[in-house]
Design a protein around this ligand. Structure first.
Ligand code: C2O
Length: 567
């Protein structure tokens, strides 16, 4: 108790001091609890934050500090992750279960405390414990420091657009069943915009999200893909979208009819209400790259001009106008969109590389001794798996990686993650069946503080090619190049964009292709690197980077908070 008082006294002192620099301190309580939520005609006991679904929107400025007390009143272990926040020297606030912390047990609490440093734009937060993030998520909006403007005309309104997925059952049970049978988890029953499926689903149209706009106004849509397993195309009928930022980093503005956004990513777009006053649908549906089942439904919300004639005159239809979205497998459109992204200003891309890593990412199949078993319901009596460089990541159970590392506890992980695949093969071609089974392990890759790192993610065609949205915690990286087929280390680097590549925290591998990222390992700690499709994460499509401390306090992980949960 005394510690806590002292702690808060110090915090208040800092708040006082910082008020001179316009930095604010935001205290919040996030109570994680089950609440009845009705969708698709049925009510489910849904895990929420403060009874809200989606959860509360956090609005802060660059430089502000957040202090969020997470109180677990649900019946599951939980952790919260602040997706895209760099958490400089502060992995303790990052949140992935068994990576930087042990879970918050039912009835327990943990206070996440962190400062936003040199980030502006749209991020989000979500549970990082099994499939709780299906309903435990919300927007995290970072405005520029007081007095510094956006690098684009000030919009009249700002609207967070959270794309999500809804299961007409408990998502935790969907995962549990899949992990038992070894088969793929059931696909969702609806896609959602701000928690609502929209007009095209049963029992939903009364609650479709409606966004009023005045003719002539320009508004900012902060689009977040918080879905579990679906990349999406999003568009608004008859309206151009001008992309100005992705993943809390500004981009050179460009106009487009449609965006493609992967789970984990955010895209900020300006929209000018310059069309005939009426009602227009905004809509999203899946961009599916795998040879696998997916949710092929379409979610909608309505952009409504305030001056539009709402009451239908006789014989007039007031059905909103529907946007044209690319087909479910339109990789050409997805690629064309992603290829247009550029950093707004000249980027500080590492030019000399200290660590050049080549990571194959993809699915796999675990053979069963008894293929007829109820536990081997994957293809041909196997269990689904996934891996990076043939290592299928196993999350520890006895302690979190970061706590084990900090306490010097052996036996929780090893640091021999391979920098390239153990066997070379035609990754995107036809892969011999003998290479389909990965090895389960908890291997981390160690990086020296300050090293300049390049990672090429190479999708494999094992089981199926697929766009895997790879997310790195604790960092923003530059996406310097991508292509289809196998990465060619001789010729492809010459085509890298080292001038103004986009900065992101999540980037997809083109299906059957590769993507290259660069960053400086200047944030010490253990940082999860994983596919943001939540069917792939429990199968092992992950690893973690262990970035060593540098010299002195400012290059060293700060001490853990006193209330950090123990396993
Ligand atoms: Cu948004 Cu590790 O996650």
């Amino acid at each position: 108790m005394e510690y806590h008082k002292l702690f808060f006294a110090i915090l208040l002192l800092f708040a006082f001091l910082e008020s001179f620099a316009d930095a604010a301190l935001h205290f919040h309580e996030f109570v994680i609890e089950a609440k009845p939520v009705k969708r698709l005609c049925r009510t489910h006991s849904t895990i929420t934050v403060n009874g809200q679904f989606p959860g509360p929107t956090l609005e802060v400025r660059d430089g502000d500090t957040l202090v969020i007390k997470a109180i677990n009143r649900a019946r599951y272990n939980v952790t919260l992750h602040w997706h895209g926040v760099r958490q400089q020297r502060n992995p303790w606030a990052d949140g992935p279960e068994f990576v930087t912390q042990c879970p918050i047990r039912p009835g327990q609490s943990y206070t996440y405390q962190f400062t936003i440093q040199n980030q502006e734009g749209t991020l989000w937060w979500h549970a990082h414990s099994r499939w709780l993030r299906a309903t435990v998520y919300g927007a995290l909006i970072i405005y520029p420091k007081l007095g510094s403007p956006y690098p684009f005309p000030m919009p009249k309104r700002e609207i967070p657009i959270l794309l999500g997925e809804w299961w007409d059952r408990n998502p935790m049970n969907v995962l549990r069943l899949a992990l038992f049978t070894g088969a793929a988890p059931n696909v969702s029953d609806a896609l959602t915009i701000n928690g609502q499926p929209g007009d095209l689903y049963r029992c939903s149209s009364k609650e479709t999200a409606i966004f009023p706009v005045e003719a002539g106004q320009t508004i900012l849509l902060r689009i977040i893909n918080s879905a579990m397993n679906e990349e999406m195309f999003f568009g608004v009928a008859n309206h151009k979208l001008t992309v100005v930022a992705v993943d809390s980093a500004y981009t050179k503005p460009f106009a487009t009819n449609v965006i493609m956004i992967a789970p984990g990513q955010t895209t900020d777009v300006l929209l000018t209400a310059d069309q005939t006053p009426a009602r227009y649908y905004m809509a999203a549906h899946a961009y599916n790259t795998a040879n696998a089942p997916f949710d092929n439904t379409t979610t909608t919300a309505i952009l409504e001009y305030i001056s539009a004639p709402f009451r239908a005159k006789k014989g007039q239809s007031l059905k909103p106008i529907f946007p044209q979205l690319p087909g479910f497998n339109d990789t050409a459109s997805a690629t064309a969109f992603t290829a247009r992204l550029r950093s707004l200003s000249k980027a500080k891309v590492p030019l000399e590389i200290d660590e050049s890593l080549f990571f194959t990412v993809g699915l796999g199949l675990m053979n069963c001794t008894n293929p007829n078993s109820r536990r081997c319901q994957g293809p041909n009596g196997t269990r689904f798996a996934a891996s990076i460089n043939n290592v299928s990541f196993v999350f520890p159970k006895r302690n979190s990686l970061m706590q084990a590392y900090y306490q010097g506890q052996p036996g929780i992980f090893t640091t021999d993650f391979p920098p390239f695949p153990p066997v070379q093969f035609d990754y995107s071609g036809s892969v011999p069946r003998g290479l389909w089974q990965p090895v389960k392990a908890t291997k981390l890759f160690k990086l020296k503080y300050g090293s300049k790192v390049q990672i090429v993610f190479q999708d494999t065609s094992i089981v199926t090619v697929e766009d895997h949205p790879m997310h790195l915690h604790g960092y923003q990286f530059y996406v310097v190049g991508s292509g289809f087929g196998n990465f060619d280390p001789k010729n492809d680097p010459a085509k890298f964009n080292l001038i103004d590549p986009p900065q992101r925290n999540t980037i997809g591998t083109p299906p059957g292709g590769w993507v290259a990222i660069r960053f400086e390992a200047d944030n010490p700690g253990i940082w999860l690197l994983h596919c943001h499709l939540d069917s792939h994460l429990p199968w092992g499509l992950a690893t973690a980077l262990l970035v060593e401390n540098g010299v002195g306090k400012l290059q060293t992980v700060q001490p853990p908070p006193l209330d950090l949960p123990r396993c």
